[in-house]
Design a binder for this molecule. Structure first.
Ligand code: OSB
Ligand code: MG
Length: 370
């Protein structure tokens, strides 16, 4: 499709409740919304960056720069055929996966609208609804955490993920396990430990957890291998897997037994699909991670999570867990069985609430082909 224009929106949405991880606390979500226009069709994508370089090195600022100065000139006025063609064009831009993935998502949305196909259909998804859970930030205290967890369980979530950090790990997780002896429970350290300090996590191995996510440094697959060897509980990698190549390294090194696929982190939906295939061929379970996406990114996450290898519940919660008002007209609701329906409309299957988008936009830029 001949790309006629690319619009960037730096947006900032208030969260219904603050979100605290080992790298910080936020009460607003910032990211970049991408809007492509070609042949009478509009496609939307989300670059799931954050304001600060805490989760990884990308920020709303770096994504804006990379998209405006490097990605846009490679696609404006160009006939971009599909996601693979897009990836070939941006190959020379090293890193900045979240930024590039936003444009790839918008392209999928446009292609789906052109062909009258949903992302799920284009990917070969096999589920109409996907199992989901909720990711709970670090709370004031262990009792406060249990109380928060109770709220989500009452809403119907049957899988909880708890954020941990040194000093706020075993006691917090044990308290939740005690309150909910049968719930599917997992923890996420967001790289807060070293192999030495991870010694403190040993008691977690007796709490019947689904997995321990990214305990060690984001660039350290080797030490995760050493740690996995000491735990019965599967280690799951998030930050460390930045490409299909890294997924292969991790699997071959036996650094993890589960992979969290965030399409943005690995450079786009096409790489997410590739990792899914690789893991499926080796019987390694995957699940879809989240970055507190707006309805745009969440629609994309639901679509990829409908693939057969996504056998563990995703970090894809209902809209009301994140935002009182979202930028999509569609709101995602939790079904009674802790699932969310996969969108069925063409492309992402969502429409933009223009008024909400206007309200949450901090900066906007339109780039057109000459
Ligand atoms: O590590 O999985 C993570 C949110 C922002 C950045 C990193 C992570 C997260 C989450 C939230 O855990 C998952 C969600 O979107 O619900
Ligand atoms: Mg994580």
């Amino acid at each position: 499709m001949k790309i006629e224009s690319l619009k960037l929106y730096h947006i900032r949405l208030p969260l219904v409740t603050p979100f605290e991880t080992s790298f910080g606390r936020i009460d607003h979500k910032e990211c970049i919304l991408v809007e492509l226009y070609a042949e009478g069709l509009t496609g939307y994508g989300e670059s799931a960056v954050e304001r600060d370089p805490g989760y990884n090195y990308e920020t709303t600022g770096t994504a804006w720069h990379i998209l405006k100065d490097f990605v846009a000139p490679l696609i404006l006025g160009q006939d971009v055929l599909d996601a693979a063609d897009f990836q070939r064009r941006v190959k020379g831009i090293r890193g900045h996966h979240l930024a590039k993935a936003g444009v790839e998502m918008a392209l999928w949305d446009m292609l789906g609208k052109r062909d009258g196909k949903s992302l799920k259909a284009m990917f070969g998804g096999v589920r109409h609804k996907v199992e989901v859970g909720v990711s709970i930030g670090i709370q004031e205290s262990a009792p406060a955490l249990v109380q928060t967890a109770e709220g989500y369980v009452a809403q119907g979530y049957n899988r909880l993920k708890i954020k941990i950090k040194p000093g706020r790990d075993v006691a917090d997780t044990s308290a939740v396990r005690k309150a909910f002896p049968a719930i599917r429970l997992q923890v996420d350290a967001n790289s807060a430990y070293s192999l030495e300090t991870a010694e403190a996590l040993k008691p977690l191995d007796d709490l019947d957890l689904l997995l321990i996510e990214q305990p060690l440094f984001e660039d350290d697959i080797w030490d995760h291998r050493k740690l996995q060897a000491q735990f019965k509980t599967p280690v799951c990698l998030d930050e460390s897997v930045v490409s299909p190549r890294h997924a292969r390294y991790a699997i071959e090194m036996e650094a993890c037994r589960i992979i969290n696929i965030k399409p943005g982190r690995v450079g786009g939906l096409s790489q997410g699909l590739e990792i899914h295939e690789m893991c499926r061929a080796r019987d390694l379970p995957v699940w879809c991670g989240g970055m507190l996406e707006t309805g745009v990114g969440r629609a994309s996450n639901l679509a990829i999570a409908s693939l057969p290898g996504f056998t563990l519940p995703g970090d894809i919660s209902a809209s009301d867990r994140y935002y009182q008002r979202d930028i999509t007209n569609e709101r995602f609701k939790l079904n009674l069985d802790s699932t969310i329906d996969v969108p069925t409309g063409p492309g992402l299957g969502i429409t933009i609430d223009e008024q909400a988008l206007g309200q949450f936009t901090l900066a906007k830029l339109e780039l057109k082909s000459q």
